[in-house]
Structures are given as structure tokens and as C-alpha cells.
Design a protein around this ligand. Structure first.
Ligand code: PMV
Length: 293
């Protein structure tokens, strides 16, 4: 029996624009997905997964794909997570990475894990940028560009980032939201191209702010990103309510994270407890995390 874990993620800045080749700034969470793999002589691949939304065939397909790529014919996998599935916190990518780590007969390189997890992510999301599994593999905070070639650089925070991560309770399909923005950009490039470029510039600026510890400035960039994403109809009443509650309770900045339209939001805080309490008072799950490296 081999047990492996991989972290979920938040996108601090640059979701959606990253699909168009702009920079994204993403951070691994201190929680994620655990996979326990038991080798078997025969019997194919069996999955015991509270994680798997019942009836979602993609989870089993992804497991089979990972096993096949690693040359594993028979195994029993148990999966566990404290990430909301379909909640914008990278559960599918963390699942693919943890499955690679647990199933591999010998340690796999990051490049090989990247290749396999990307194939699995394509099953879930169609045409993902790759930011989710990249940050799950590398950990920490990364500046990411899809390329080609893919660029992943570590961003070392001068001061720890204190975040409240809040889940709306609503799941959504990343691929549908990505397709909706793509359609908007194609139909009205004069309006939407500059927004995409600005979102990328915010991610670049945010990476510098993380490195210099300019957290108030970073919060301002997050606020602007949320407004821009909302102007592309990627927010939701729940996400806007979380953002408003967070700002009202003193957050330095707050925004949706991931594909939007549901899923999760993040708030950057000096003092996270009152922000988490204000979000929880509106009926949303809120979790305080500190990102220190
Ligand atoms: O699946 P999510 O919610 O983690 O969103 C992924 C981020 C997007 O930029 C919206 C899509 C992508 O492939 O990068």
C-alpha cells in the first residue's frame, strides 16, 4: 500500500486570462487529495472514492489513464479529500497528481507527472491551461504561463499571505465558463481583449507584490481582478456576497478564484479571523490559510 498526497490550489490572480497565454499567479493550499494505492496481481483498476461525484465517469477514466501511462494494470485505489469537488480549488488536478505519486512503481519526475496529469486534466476540463496541476506538482506559489513552452517560476513571499478561502457551496463546470469567455473574446475582441491583457498584467504585478511583501497593493490588484472578471459575467451573487462581506470586514482584497460562476472566493487579510467570521455569518464555509513559502 502506498499513500501519496497532492495539494489543492488557489489562483491569486490570472484565472481565465491564463488560457489566452497571459501570466497567472497561483498558490498551493495546505490541504488537498490523498490517494492510497494497493498493488494487485490481477483484477484491473478498482476505485473507492468518496471524492468521486457519483456517476461522474471522468474520475474512473482519469484513474485508468494514469494507471495505463504508468504501466500499472491492476490496483485498488482509495481517494480522500478535504477540497470541495468542482469548487474551484483544483481537486481534479490534485487527484491526478496524487494518483500519479501513489501508483508509480518508482518515483516519477516532475516532467513525467506534468505530462500525465495534463492528460487527466484534459479529460475533466477539455482545454485546461495547466496551471492547476503545475502548482499541485510544484507546491508553493508560482508564476505560470501556458506557453509553449510552459513557464513555471517559484515566487517566494517576503511576508506570509493570510487568506480566507470561502466556498459558495455551488459547483460548476470549468470548461463551460472557459468556453463562455472565449466566445465573448471572439465576438467582441475590442472590448474583451484589453480585459484579458489587464488580468495578465495584474498577475505580473501581483507576483512582484508577493515578492516585495506589498500586501495592501496586492489586495488592490485582487479587487480590480474581481471587478474585471465580474464584468465578463464570471462572478455570481454568492461570490459577490463573499467578496462584499470580506471587504466589509477589513480584507485587503477579495476576489473569485478559479473558473467562477460558483466555486470559491479568496480574501487577503491582515487579520483573517473577523473576515472568516463575516463570511461564515452569510452562510458560507470559510477557512483561514497561511501561505509562507
Ligand atoms: O477549474 P478551476 O476552477 O480551478 O479553474 C481553472 C482556471 C481557469 O483559468 C479558469 C481555467 C484554466 O484552464 O486555467
Amino acid at each position: 500500500m502506498r499513500t501519496a498526497t497532492a495539494p489543492g490550489k488557489v489562483i491569486l490572480l490570472g484565472e481565465h486570462s491564463v488560457v489566452f497565454g497571459e501570466t497567472a499567479l497561483a498558490a498551493a493550499l495546505p490541504f488537498g487529495v490523498t490517494v492510497r494505492a494497493e498493488a494487485r496481481a490481477s483484477g484491473g483498476v478498482e476505485l473507492v472514492a468518496p471524492l468521486a461525484p457519483k456517476g461522474d465517469p471522468r474520475v474512473m477514466e482519469a484513474v485508468r489513464l494514469v494507471a495505463r501511462e504508468l504501466g500499472v494494470e491492476s490496483t485498488r485505489l482509495e481517494v480522500d479529500t478535504d477540497l470541495p469537488v468542482g469548487g474551484g480549488l483544483g481537486s481534479s488536478a490534485a487527484f491526478a497528481v496524487a494518483a500519479c505519486r501513489a501508483l508509480a512503481p518508482q518515483p516519477v519526475s516532475n516532467d513525467e507527472m506534468n505530462r500525465i496529469a495534463f492528460l487527466a486534466e484534459q479529460l475533466f476540463h477539455g482545454t485546461p491551461s495547466g496551471v492547476d496541476h503545475s502548482v499541485s506538482i510544484h507546491g508553493g506559489i508560482i508564476r505560470f504561463r501556458r506557453g509553449p513552452p510552459v513557464q513555471v517560476e517559484r515566487v517566494v513571499p517576503k511576508r506570509p499571505l493570510r487568506l480566507v478561502v470561502a466556498f459558495t457551496g455551488k459547483t460548476r463546470q470549468t470548461s463551460a465558463n472557459v468556453a463562455a469567455l472565449r466566445k465573448r473574446v471572439e465576438e467582441d475582441p475590442a472590448r474583451y481583449r484589453p480585459i484579458v491583457e489587464r488580468l495578465g498584467a495584474l498577475a505580473e504585478g501581483g507576483a512582484s507584490d508577493v515578492e516585495t511583501g506589498a500586501l495592501a497593493a496586492l489586495g488592490g490588484l485582487m479587487d480590480e481582478a474581481h471587478a474585471l472578471l465580474a464584468s465578463c459575467e464570471l462572478s455570481s451573487p454568492e461570490l459577490d456576497a463573499i467578496v462584499a462581506a470580506a471587504k466589509g470586514a477589513g480584507a485587503l482584497g477579495a476576489k473569485l478564484t478559479g473558473a467562477g460562476g460558483g466555486g470559491s472566493a479568496i480574501a487577503l487579510c491582515d487579520d483573517a479571523a473577523p473576515v472568516a467570521a463575516a463570511i461564515a455569518a452569510r452562510g458560507f464555509g470559510a477557512r483561514i490559510v497561511e501561505l509562507a513559502s
